[in-house]
Design a protein around this ligand. Structure first.
Ligand code: PPE
Length: 305
């Protein structure tokens, strides 16, 4: 999806004009995929833009960095403040926010320990990730021939740039075959997640979502959706799913910061009822939640000013 520039990008503590927010071609992470990043959304509220679960996203950035043995030069609190500064500076009522931390220029070779660490935060307007009518018409999914990488190869619970080689291979394969998104199975053949979303499968009034141990990212939207579902008395199980469990689901949706809650209308050409009852209920509440319209979760919206 194309990027619409804003005025500035925060780079290592400075607000840099958009076009000047560049890096050297010998930047370490460009060669080895060792960066860590986040995807966050700010939504329009009656009190100005509010960033949804911003602190938790920055905590996950720190967790990803810890896995990579990368010393982030900014605390969670500093990154939260920097993000608010970027969103306020953009003047946008709502936007997508992309923080990234990467090993910088000056060292080459696989040892990351001597490398400098650079951090930047950009934001821009970004629409529905899986298409405007993903919530109502749903998306067509295909099980990928590419497996989610193993915890002992590339830990999927770290949001590293390199992990997304796996996701990009699967995404392009699915699109080329005429589908919207791919389901990734792990090395054991169980469902893990999509290329950029967590999965929820509904059957007999209950929702199941695969665990981190199955190769899923610990999704912040997954956690939000779980809270919303439980408020409606829907049981949510964090558990393994076989490929065939998905085919016989009563309904299915995928969720993530970029994709929000998107219904699924078929998997490997097996049609699913779409949008399902639980999906519609949860998608509607999610849209309210991120805008601070559910009193119980108002604190999840971190206002920019
Ligand atoms: N799994 C993966 C692999 C993933 O990339 C995301 C987010 C999720 C699950 C959901 O996580 P959360 O956003 O915390 O609910 N994907 C981000 C990046 C997508 C991209 O194309 O880039 C996002 O949604 O911002």
């Amino acid at each position: 999806m194309p990027i619409t520039p804003t005025e500035h990008i925060w780079m290592n503590g400075e607000m840099v004009p958009w076009e000047q927010a560049t890096t050297h071609v010998l930047t370490h992470t460009l060669h080895y995929g060792t960066g860590v990043f986040e995807g966050i959304r700010a939504y329009e509220t009656s009190d100005g833009p509010g960033v949804f679960r911003l602190t938790e996203h920055m905590e996950r950035l720190h967790a990803s960095a810890k896995i990579m043995m990368m010393d982030l030069p900014y605390s969670v609190e500093e990154l939260v403040e920097a993000t608010k500064e970027v969103v306020a500076d953009s003047g946008l009522p709502s936007c997508y926010i992309r923080p990234i931390a990467y090993f910088g220029y000056g060292e080459m070779g696989l040892n990351t320990l001597p490398c400098s660490v650079d951090v930047s935060i950009a934001c821009w307007p970004w629409g529905a990730y899986l298409g405007d009518d993903a919530v109502t018409k749903g998306v067509r999914m295909k099980t990928s021939s590419w497996k989610r990488h193993d915890h002992n190869a590339m830990p999927p619970s770290a949001k590293t740039t390199g992990n997304y080689v796996n996701s990009s291979l699967a995404k392009v394969e699915a699109l080329k075959a005429g589908y919207d998104e791919a389901i990734m199975l792990n090395q054991a053949g169980l469902v893990s997640e999509c290329t950029g979303e967590n999965i929820f499968v509904g059957r007999r009034g209950r929702l199941t979502t695969p665990p981190v141990s199955a190769g899923a990212l610990e999704g912040i939207t997954q956690s939000t959706v779980t809270a919303i579902a439980e408020d409606h008395g829907i049981e949510v199980v964090v558990g393994d799913l076989a490929r065939s469990d998905v085919y016989v689901a009563d309904e299915m949706f995928v969720c993530g910061t970029a994709a929000e809650v998107s219904a699924v209308n078929s998997v490997d050409d097996r049609e699913l009822p779409c949008p399902g009852e639980m999906t519609s209920l949860i998608a509607a509440d999610y849209a309210k939640c991120v805008r601070g319209e559910l009193p119980k979760y108002k604190d999840w919206v971190e206002l920019v000013s």
